[in-house]
Write a protein that binds this ligand. Sequence first.
Ligand code: G3I
Length: 450
Amino acid sequence: MRSSPRSRLSALLAGAVTVGALLTATATPAQAADTPLRDLGTAKGKVIGTAVTGSKLTGTYGDLAGTQFSSLTPGNAMKWGSVEPTRGTFNWTEADQIVDFAEAHNQQVRGHTLVWHNQNPNWLTNGTWTPAQLSTLLQNHIDTEVGRYKGRIAAWDVVNEPFNEDGTYRPTLWYNGLGVDYIANALRWARAADPDAKLYINDYNVEGVNAKSNALYNLVSSLKQRGVPIDGVGLQAHLILGQVPSSFQQNIQRFADLGLDVAITELDIRMNLPSDAGKLAQQKADYKAVTAACVAVARCVNLTVWGFTDSDSWVESTFPGEGAATPYDANFQPKPAYYGISEALGGTSNPPTGACRATYTVTSQWNTGFTGNVVISCSGAALSSWRATWTFGAGQAVTQAWNAVCTQSGAAVSCANASYNGTVPDGGSVSFGFNGSWSGGNPVPVVTVT
Ligand code: G3I
């Protein structure tokens, strides 16, 4: 079927068919009709990103990562301990996977991170090095990693978390061994390895004006004055519910006024568990305030969340009793926080109180074919006719449908109700099925109901 003309019309077959029992994947993208955050961001000149785990980039996680975001940051995959666990032995598997996924979904990649005091390989942290050896190790690491992805990384977090809370330099392997010049040298080496990548210094607790952000401000001012390559600062924004700094926008603006880009690189807003409606409403207001601060400053170029779903967040394992820090819940349903971001970007203001949504299920699959089922259900809303649309992500094709009239053009599928099943009452549902062809992969698409 894949070699047939771009436009296909599948048969409408009335009546039920028996489908296999194998349930391989299900997607229930709530509020699927909302304009994706990445498109809202584009309209405002902002790149909207998320940290991701490479092994999870399939199914609903992959669909949402690919459709909602225009930038990916590997949460762990590009850290030194991940890419060179044994000296001279490299593992690029997850990093490559994320970069490939991003390119396939027309997304940027933020490289994270080259010089840090955490998640370094044991052979490095346990070694005894002269300053010259340490410098050579660092330069080689930057050459190797930046060089490998040359031309494919929009921005690198070159130096991560160089400051203490009081604005003094953190006494790390790098600072203790090489002095403060490790920062300038790392930036120079990164620029040499990929002249097109934007180079950032990234830190946490620097979102408001305070001693630590003052130190960052003084550092990047001095680097710029000295002609050291520095393009931007990353404000991580690991925040606590109700504690968005009031000087957030002012702080972004002062870095922008230095001629630097600013990125919100690791946004999450944690709360004491369990969550409740009041906390989620506060979290929505907090996400909206952070997003609005970025929207208000032209040089705030990227807003990235540190994991988009509560099932893929560092918070719960790090802060016992806290969590629910991301815009989607663990079942991939958008939380009020999602709408806080959306609203600040000019999109949907609130989760609709009533909605009709689609659940797409692969009910059976064999070597080249599969059977799919889509259930359209309404709660607090109703339909007198309907159309379900989706875009296949891996070259799949609908070959036959029942209880709907389906057409496919390229990867885009559109299925309208049959003459007898256009009505979906409030609290009710209808379903239709189809057979399709696949090869290589059969990821579940995000289905929109109109
Ligand atoms: O991969 C191993 C796995 O094999 C093992 O079974 C498991 C047992 O604990 O650990 C796994 O490694 C964990 C790794 O994440 C991958 O999941 C580490 O223990 C865990 O410490 C590590 O945490 C990461 C943390 O950085 C380390 O500092 C988080 O995922 C990551 O989100 C977090 O990201 C940092 C940014 O890079 C910098 N800014 C702060 C941010 C949050 O800490």
